[in-house]
Design a protein around this ligand. Structure first.
Ligand SMILES: C[S@@+](CC[C@H](N)C(=O)[O-])C[C@H]1O[C@@H](n2cnc3c(N)ncnc32)[C@H](O)[C@@H]1O
Length: 254
């Protein structure tokens, strides 16, 4: 009995902690929604990914900007806004100067070839740019949206940031989309920055499809200049890496 009471107590503490993270998407209120989600420990572990990565970035004083590919729904963008650049590990604080949201705002494009999968269809996850911005509310001053399909927008996008990227988050599902996005970030990353793949284990974890395939090809293509150190996997399907420039590895940077 005491174990059950202490479990319920812990669940309530977790629940209140999530309430305190302002803006974190919550289950809808109402006993029928809240109680099962508490009992099932229905939390989104991707929030923990952002929180741990914020610790890593601040402990290593890695400043820069946040970029996200695939942001309709605004869940992970909200996690990023609420964690990155906040005082984290040992009270240290890095600086995340801006947040970039790349999306069609029309949902997924038509999947072709290897990207076809039962759970994906054209237009899925769509949310208008206006609706996304409404969810950003008070943070809009530090968020830029870039609307359009990556094959159209990324090759022509004028990147004017002086700061490099501290964290690049890929939640765009397809091999083709991830490949385009990786190509875009390759010369904008800071040494020691993090890249994360939300859909790493889609396509049954097949390394010849999806984000794994895009990453393998990227790694092979730039192996002379870039080293990718596995960082940590995160539930339900994600994986992350630390992005190191080979020319700086082994040198005593300040
Ligand atoms: C799973 S949703 C993103 C969910 C979001 N990260 C969240 O936490 O709420 C995937 C998104 O990727 C976008 N996407 C995928 N491929 C794209 C492409 N080639 N160009 C633009 N957007 C793309 C879709 O529009 C969709 O919004």
């Amino acid at each position: 009995m005491s174990r059950i009471i202490s479990q319920i107590h812990q669940d309530l503490i977790d629940f209140i902690k999530r309430l305190c993270v302002r803006g974190t998407p919550m289950p809808r209120f109402g006993l029928r929604q809240v109680v099962p989600s508490l009992l099932a420990k229905n939390r989104d572990h991707r929030f923990d990914f952002f929180s741990w990565t914020a610790n890593y970035l601040s402990a290593n004083y890695i400043d820069g900007v946040y970029v996200e590919f695939g942001c309709c729904g605004a869940v992970t963008m909200r996690y990023a806004l609420n964690t990155l650049g906040k005082p984290a590990a040992y009270g240290l604080r890095n600086h995340i100067s801006h947040f970039f949201a790349f999306d069609s705002f029309e949902g997924l494009p038509e999947a072709s070839g290897l990207d076809r999968q039962k759970c994906f269809s054209k237009g899925k996850f769509s949310m208008s740019e206006e609706a996304f911005k409404r969810l950003m509310r008070r943070d809009l001053y530090r968020v830029t949206t870039i609307k359009g399909f990556y094959q159209d927008t990324l090759p022509h996008y004028e990147w004017q940031e002086k700061n490099g990227i501290a964290l690049a988050y890929f939640d765009c599902d397809y091999y083709e989309s991830t490949k385009n996005a990786l190509e875009f970030i390759k010369d904008k990353m800071n040494h020691g920055a993090v890249i994360a793949f939300d859909d790493w284990q889609m396509y049954y974890g097949d390394p010849k499809r999806g984000q794994k395939k895009a990453m393998t090809e990227f790694r092979e293509q730039y192996q002379k200049t870039i080293y990718l150190e596995p960082f940590f996997p995160f539930p339900p399907l994600g994986m992350s890496f630390i992005y190191l420039k080979k020319e700086l590895m082994g040198s005593p940077l300040e």
